[in-house]
Design a binder for this molecule. Structure first.
Ligand SMILES: C[S@@+](CC[C@H](N)C(=O)[O-])C[C@H]1O[C@@H](n2cnc3c(N)ncnc32)[C@H](O)[C@@H]1O
Ligand SMILES: *[C@@H]1O[C@H](CO)[C@@H](O)[C@H](O)[C@H]1NC(C)=O
Length: 215
């Protein structure tokens, strides 16, 4: 187990112990084991992320990866996956000529796996994975942004993207569209569907007011 994750578990368990004797006793019974699994296996690295913004790991399928890459065909410039998991979309982006390709991820196990795959593929220095909260990332130099996140975070994410991305940027959303943005194009059906949004168009629609609300 990596020492960073162990430190984090120790920190979280310590915080719990300070919460009071009753809480500790309750936790000691069964809750603690469940909490340890959640903190170390399921959501390590997420202690500082507000609960409503936490998105669990669900990897993209082969078809989903192909659909996202189809919507980025012919594009260039810095490409990021917000919540990159095991790095499959970032690797696919680099293979398609998008460089630099960067993944943001907080889960240390997934970061380890993604970095291992980069080393094995010989892409070190071209593809990188940052242990950084996507909500704190500065996206002002990103031209292609991939988001495979839960529907519940789409509204705050739309606000962040509108505020930071350059006009030339394209956002590709997998599985769930942005509810109040109009896509420039889409590929696939059902769970496999992906949507592309060009920031210039999204901002024009927001300004003209035809969308009602900007976010
Ligand atoms: C639905 S998974 C998608 C993984 C990958 N993009 C894929 O399509 O295979 C979402 C990922 O985002 C990560 N994540 C969620 N919130 C995050 C945050 N605030 N900062 C960085 N990564 C985050 C999770 O750990 C998880 O691996
Ligand atoms: C993001 O980076 C750009 C360019 O370095 C800078 O101009 C901008 O102020 C930064 N934005 C935030 C929110 O830090």
């Amino acid at each position: 187990m990596d020492s960073e994750a162990l430190d984090e578990l120790a920190g979280q368990l310590h915080g719990e112990a300070l919460g009071g004797r009753g809480l500790l006793q309750l936790a000691a019974a069964t809750g603690l084991a469940a909490y340890a699994v959640w903190a170390v296996v399921l959501m390590p690295g997420f202690r500082r992320v507000p609960l409503r913004l936490q998105v669990p790991y669900v990897p993209s399928s082969v078809q989903q990866v192909a659909n996202v890459m189809g919507l980025l065909r012919g594009r260039t410039g810095k490409t990021v996956d917000l919540g990159s998991g095991d790095g499959r979309l970032v690797l696919a982006a680099y293979k398609q000529g998008l460089c630099p390709a960067v993944g943001y991820e907080l889960n240390p196990w997934l970061l380890w796996l993604a970095r291992y795959r980069v080393r094995r593929a010989g892409y070190e220095g071209k593809v990188s994975f940052l242990k950084q909260d996507l909500w704190k990332a500065n996206l002002s130099d990103c031209y292609n942004v991939i988001v495979f996140l839960a529907p519940g975070v789409k509204t705050p994410l739309a606000a962040k993207l509108l505020a930071e991305l350059p006009d030339e940027a394209r956002v590709v959303a997998g599985r769930f569209p942005f509810p109040s943005w109009t896509p420039s194009s889409t590929i696939g059906q059902g769970l496999e569907q992906a949507w592309a949004y060009d920031m210039k168009e999204v901002r024009r629609a927001a300004r003209s007011g035809t969308e009602g609300r900007a976010l």
